[in-house]
Design a protein around this ligand. Structure first.
Ligand code: ZN
Length: 390
């Protein structure tokens, strides 16, 4: 069987069937709300659907999907199609009203390459009342050919005025063993690596696949290096902890530099399609994307720290079979043997708090300092009080 864009909607057969049949029966509505927990593949599904909507052969492709072969498909697949737009909140924890105005203004313009324009709006649950009010009229009656795909964790978390204007498409929670199997199937990685990647990517299957497939295995190496350091954290002095935090921030920046290069290449490729003012807007958006990416890598780094502590806790609780970072089993065992479960629990809470502060513009160095000191305190078994949190 040939692969098509919808085959990439992993673990969600009902969603796949629903989207296929909407296309083949040409029942496309102008606003969808995909709801489901993090890691349920909503983003992947949104881009696959967008590809089918902008492909000139559309529903006539294999089994009611995009043709997969035309220039539009190729651009959509690489997420550089000029008529497929992706938005994520750029405020600390909400959409900025300017962002919504930008979307509303853009919607009024004609499509550049396709017959349709698709707006994928991530975390619609982070659209507050002001943002929603600026958006509702457009959401309700967009120009012909515009399709909104909103993504949200649950239906209840999105404002009712938005929900009532959308076709709801529910995504199921994918159980961890099934998620690992999907990642293995798609990457050829063994079950252990698949689980570690999912853990590092806070449960997202699609990002876990990207994590494993990444050119040069940069993030796999980053993970190993970080865990190697964490295995020694209990013997580090203050200076070594501070140095480690600096190094982690540097490495996140290096990973972001790779993204920068690919964004610049994408813009170059589409440059002839855009007017100068549009290019300026894209450049500004790319810049914001990069700061979002930087945060994503820092969160990934913290996800690894948390998974390390949970492993130590599993050993301390007498359930070593739950250890995820199996390649560091010996070190986890050593730390777990003398760790205090209640203290690890408190440290995990403190780490979550420090992590939340990242989204409020606390410097990454400060945040990682707090987190790494927590790790050392909890693992060195000396019973010192933990460092104050932020
Ligand atoms: Zn196509």
């Amino acid at each position: 069987m040939t692969q098509d864009a919808f085959d990439g909607i992993l673990g969600q057969p009902q969603v796949r069937d629903y989207l296929r049949s909407s296309l083949t029966s040409e029942r496309i509505t102008h606003a969808y709300l995909f709801t489901g927990p993090a890691g349920s593949n909503k983003t992947q599904a949104a881009f696959a659907f967008a590809q089918a909507l902008v492909c000139p052969k559309g529903a006539k492709g294999p089994r009611g999907s995009a043709c997969g072969a035309c220039d539009g498909c190729s651009r959509a697949k690489r997420r550089v199609h000029p008529d497929v737009h992706f938005y994520a909140p750029e405020g600390a924890s909400a959409y900025l009203i300017e962002q919504i105005r930008e979307i509303v203004a853009d919607v009024a313009l004609a499509p550049i390459q396709a017959k349709r324009k698709i707006y994928i709006i991530d975390r619609a649950d982070l659209m507050n009342v002001n943002a929603a009010n600026a958006f509702l009229k457009t959401l309700e009656e967009p120009p012909e050919g515009v399709v909104f795909i909103l993504l949200g964790r649950t239906r209840e978390s999105v404002l009712p005025t938005i929900v009532s204007r959308c076709q709801i498409v529910p995504f199921r929670h994918i159980p961890p063993t099934e998620a690992a199997a999907i990642v293995s199937q798609n990457t050829g990685a063994d079950a252990a690596l698949a689980r570690q990647a999912i853990e590092a990517c806070s449960g997202s299957i699609t990002r876990a696949i990207g994590f494993i497939r990444e050119k040069g295995n940069a993030r796999i190496h980053f993970r190993q290096e970080l865990l190697y350091q964490l295995a020694r954290a209990d013997r580090m002095d203050d200076w070594q902890i501070l140095q480690l935090a600096r190094r982690l921030v540097e490495q996140s920046k290096a990973l972001v530099d790779q993204v920068r290069t690919s964004l610049e290449e994408e813009l170059e490729e589409n440059r002839d399609l855009f007017e100068r003012s549009a290019i300026r807007r894209i450049e500004a958006r790319n810049k914001r994307q990069l700061s979002i990416k930087t945060l994503e890598y820092l969160h990934q780094c913290i996800a690894l720290v948390k998974s390390w502590l949970r492993d130590v806790m599993a050993v301390a609780a007498g359930t070593p079979e739950l250890v995820i970072n199996e390649d560091f089993a010996e070190e986890v065992q050593r730390m777990g043997a003398r760790a205090d479960i209640a203290r690890i629990g408190r440290a995990l809470v403190a780490i979550e708090e420090a992590e939340d502060a990242l989204d409020y513009n606390v410097s990454p160095e400060t945040c990682l300092d707090v987190i790494l000191f927590q790790v050392r305190e909890v693992l060195d078994g000396s019973g010192h009080p933990c460092e104050p949190s932020l």
